[in-house]
Ligand binder design. Structure first.
Ligand SMILES: Cc1ncc(C[n+]2csc(CCOP(=O)(O)OP(=O)(O)O)c2C)c(N)n1
Ligand SMILES: [Mg+2]
Length: 658
């Protein structure tokens, strides 16, 4: 290993060495604690420290780093007090997640570190979003994100690199190729010689760096970072290194051939550098001992502090409160003038007004720029707001949702348009695991609205007709809004955008051009979580939402003899339980109508809530009416049979006569 470099003074070398030593010594201590059962799991970075330290040193303190599970050096190099790290690993309240998530699964805005989620890949797209924010704000900054070579097999890697290249985002994609992903050797992970070779396929510059050589890592990454700050673009960097211990401590290294282990033992980044410093007479053995004992006393002192900290006292109320960021809607003068709008116009106008209100807000989606989106909702937006803010995306749902997360980390609101709500499956992972959980985990907001054009009755078959709200209503941390009228759509969309929490905003396609009403022309908002009593009655409560609201109203028009209340939920999470209970207690009979197929839909939970809290008031069994338990079919005859719409009248009459 060649550690000579003309740009480095002796002081620089010593500084690099001390930094390199710290994670090594902390780890050695942690391995002891692990054996004593004092910490839960440990992902060792022994042998790979030069990468985390070198990259972190090459960046400015205000530039974001997104580390992985072996990157202790990122945390130590950013100067996080050790007791806070120890508290985090021991699940104490002084850790970064108040005991809610383990090991390196946390971020901190204070130190500009955005920690991973277990799923690995989404980190890469989040880095895209952070870098996009720098680019939009004209800031000269790079963002570094880490992944292992195993993680590069995930679709997120491909999507994130592709987006970064198409948008020329200043991201350093740092791949630590340590030979194994758990027990899987690189030969079973990918079929090319170097990961760096993939850069070409993305139209991206790439480099191979000797990852165990701190001098090479630091000087090369510093040079690349300096260039990227001036000339923003993504760079793929493959660091060749090796994982010297098991994937985590329990999993061992039996599957690693001995000669490979021996080869890499000789490449140890700390020992080799130490040897070089001694041979160059930059440092003496006494100085090395002193550095080591200083670090060891720091570790011991901070451990004592962590150990003195009491264990967490569980507080259910606090846990529930932290799932969402608390907020109140902005006050606006109530507009007076209403004009007739179709559902689609209300959404389009609402989006436009929020784009005016939030000057940095970005909309991202497929074909939404010049083309105006497949439903023409953002038609004309490019002319008004420019292409920086109205962004066509490649077909990369997952990394775009992750990028929206990255924008939120940089305090920029964003809206992601799913072309059809059905396609959200391709972006499900970051929604369910990143956006939904991040506030609870470490208090970071995910200020993203995901627009979901959904629903059947349009003859579009199983992949363009689903109403998939139930996939999200069961995930704490998400809000789910589902308006049925233009006025609600406009007001709730404004509220969803004001809300710093992630909101899934369902827009039923069949309503876009069929439903019209007078809507406030100027900006206004409607609080999320409040149902709307559309029709008063005495005998039956009809609970529904979305297009089904119109199905119910149509039937009730035909059946004037039935005195029914119609409760339009508007928001499914949070759910207006109070409004549901009030109406059911008044009428004593309830029918819940949902467009989705029956099992596991929101109707089932509403039914459970009513039986639990209103049982004594009921005069009849609760009735759920939903679509057939098949995928939604294409042919009109089959779709009519599938949808709950035609079943509703009969079931309503039966319940009325009960
Ligand atoms: C989506 C997903 N699949 C599988 C896993 C389980 N898993 C966690 S880490 C890991 C190996 C990662 O290998 P690599 O990216 O090379 O990183 P390394 O551990 O070698 O640093 C696996 C399979 C996971 N966490 N997430
Ligand atoms: Mg690996």
């Amino acid at each position: 290993m060649d550690f000579k470099h003309q740009s480095l003074s002796i002081e620089n070398h010593i500084d690099l060495y001390r930094s390199l030593l710290k994670p090594r010594l902390i780890e050695e201590k942690m391995l002891i604690l692990l054996r004593q059962g004092k910490i839960s799991k440990w992902f060792s970075g022994i042998g790979q420290e030069a990468i985390a330290i070198g990259v972190t040193k090459a960046l400015n303190k205000e530039e974001y780093i997104l580390p992985m599970h072996r990157n202790l050096g990122v945390f130590t190099e950013r100067g996080i007090p050790l007791y806070r790290l120890f508290s985090q690993w021991q699940g104490k309240s002084n850790g970064f997640t108040k005991g809610r998530d383990r090991s390196f699964h946390f971020g901190t805005q204070e130190y500009k570190i955005i920690g991973m989620i277990s799923h690995l890949g989404p980190q890469l797209g989040v880095a895209d979003g952070i870098a996009l924010a720098h680019k939009l704000k004209n800031e000269k900054a790079v963002t570094a994100v880490f992944t292992g070579e195993g993680g590069t097999s995930e679709g997120d890697f491909h999507e994130a690199l592709n987006i970064a290249s198409v948008w020329q985002l200043p991201v350093l994609f740092c791949v630590e190729n340590n030979g194994y992903g758990l027990s899987t050797p690189v030969s079973e992970q990918f079929n090319c010689e170097h990961i760096a070779d993939k850069g070409k396929g993305y139209g991206m510059e790439s480099h191979i760096i000797e990852g165990n050589n701190i001098v090479e890592v630091f000087t090369k990454v510093k040079e690349i970072a300096e260039e990227v700050r001036e000339n923003p673009r993504p760079v793929l960097i493959e660091f060749k290194t090796f994982r010297m211990r098991g994937h985590e401590e329990a999993s061992g290294t039996k599957y690693v051939p001995e000669e490979l282990m021996h080869y890499w033992e000789k490449q140890d980044p700390v020992e080799n550098y130490e040897q070089f410093l001694l041979e160059s007479e930059f440092i003496t053995r006494d100085e090395i001992s002193k550095f080591k004992s200083d670090i060891k006393s720091e570790i011991d002192e901070h451990l004592k502090r962590t150990n003195k900290e009491p264990s967490i006292e569980p507080d259910e109320k606090l846990e529930l409160e932290d799932v969402y960021q608390q907020f109140t809607l902005d006050e606006h003068p109530k507009p007076s003038r209403k004009i007739e709008m179709r559902f689609i116009d209300a959404i389009s106008k609402g989006l436009e007004q929020s784009m005016e209100k939030y000057k940095t807000m970005v909309i991202m989606g497929q074909d939404i720029a010049e083309y105006g989106g497949v439903f023409k909702i953002t038609d004309g937006f490019v002319e008004k707001f420019g292409k920086d803010r109205v962004r066509n995306t490649p077909i990369c749902e997952s990394a775009i949702v992750s990028a929206a997360m990255g924008l939120s980390i940089q305090d920029i609101k964003s809206i992601v348009e799913m072309q059809f709500s059905d396609f959200v499956t391709s972006g499900f992972n970051p929604i369910a695991n990143y956006l939904a959980k991040i506030h609870y985990r470490w208090g970071q907001k995910a200020d993203v609205v995901i627009r979901m054009p959904c629903g059947g009755g349009v003859g579009a078959g199983p992949f363009h007709s689903q109403t998939n709200e139930a996939w999200f209503t069961k995930i704490p941390g998400l809000k789910v809004v589902y308006p049925s009228s233009p006025q609600d759509a406009k007001g709730l969309l404004a509220a969803a955008i004001e809300d710093p929490n992630p909101v899934l905003f369902f827009e039923h396609k069949a309503l876009y051009r069929t439903i019209r009403e007078d809507v406030y022309e100027d900006y206004f908002s409607i609080e999320i979580g409040k149902a709307n009593l559309l029709k008063k009655g005495n005998d039956i409560t009809v609970i529904t939402f979305g297009a089904a609201v119109h199905w119910a109203l149509e039937v009730l028009e035909r059946c004037p003899e039935i005195s029914a209340e119609v409760l339009d939920l508007r928001s499914l999470s949070p759910l207006d339980e109070a409004a549901i209970f009030t109406s059911v207690k008044k009428t004593g009979k309830v029918i819940i109508l949902q467009e989705d197929s029956l099992f596991g839909g929101i109707a089932s939970d509403i039914s459970a809530l009513i039986s639990e809290y209103c049982f004594e008031y009921l005069d009849a069994p609760i009735k759920r009416v939903a679509s057939l338990s098949t995928p939604i079919p294409f042919a009109k005859e089959l779709e009519d049979q599938y949808l709950a719409k035609l079943k509703f009248e009969n079931e309503l009459k039966k319940l009325n006569n009960y």
